[in-house]
Write a protein of this length. Structure first.
Length: 237
């Protein structure tokens, strides 16, 4: 389990909230009820509990939104789930229709150390088999290269803030680039584009953008980057 003090049930709620509102969007009780297959009244009771725990902000008849602490937990469990799906399909060759349920069972008991090892073995995947973004790890590194350099997991410390990839951003979002994921080749390509940790990034949705590209501004320089880069450049939120 991600945290000994957090139940699997709470993790499931936060995971669904993240899946539907990762960038500050409010998620309705109806949506949660549908996805979790739980009666609306029971969902409402849990949302009140989650608000008391400081994991969400809840507005009756409107829905819930993740707090920074709730986002931290939700990203962590979502990341483990999606990495496990990748592992089950790519390495163990499990049938695709069976993967989601098995990943749901495994995600709660996967240690952070095992998660890191899986990520390394899978070459730092950016999307799961359903093409959903795999959230960044919560380890305090600027890049995967730094992670490789730290061999002793006991020396790894956690990041104190949350991240979102460019691909997850809504219109008119900006922040400081704080983590870049990927192989040395991808890291080099991103650096060659003038993108590095510490730069200020702004994303403005553009209806005329080239398919599978994102129009961004990095330190006042306009760039049109492919989705492979956008999936792996993260800003502090």
């Amino acid at each position: 389990m991600t945290d000994d003090n957090i139940s699997e049930n709470i993790e499931e709620y936060l995971e669904v909230l993240y899946r539907n509102g990762s960038n500050g969007e409010q998620v309705s009780t109806t949506q949660l009820s549908k996805e979790l297959e739980i009666a609306p009244g029971s969902v409402t009771q849990m949302l009140k509990k989650l608000e008391n725990l400081g994991y969400i902000g809840y507005t009756p008849y409107k829905g819930a939104i993740l707090t920074d602490e709730g986002m931290k937990i939700a990203q962590k469990i979502t990341r483990k789930h999606r990495i496990l799906e990748k592992f089950l399909i790519d390495v163990l060759k499990i049938k695709e229709e069976n993967v989601h349920e098995q990943a749901c069972k495994m995600e709660h008991s996967l240690s952070d150390e095992a998660e890191r090892a899986l990520c390394t073995m899978l070459n730092n995947p950016d999307v799961c088999p359903d093409d959903n973004i795999i959230p960044a790890c919560n380890f305090d590194f600027d890049s995967c290269h730094q992670c490789y350099s730290q061999k002793d997991f006991d020396q790894v410390i956690n990041r104190k803030f949350n991240l979102l990839s460019i691909s997850e951003l809504t219109a008119d979002t900006e922040g400081i680039i704080s983590f870049i994921r990927g192989s040395n080749e991808l890291l080099d390509d991103i650096a060659d584009a003038g993108i590095k940790v510490g730069c200020h990034l702004k994303y403005e949705f553009n209806d005329n953008r080239i398919s599978n590209h994102y129009l961004i501004t990095v330190d006042d320089k306009e760039l049109n980057i492919p989705i492979e880069m956008a999936n792996n450049i993260f800003i502090r939120i």
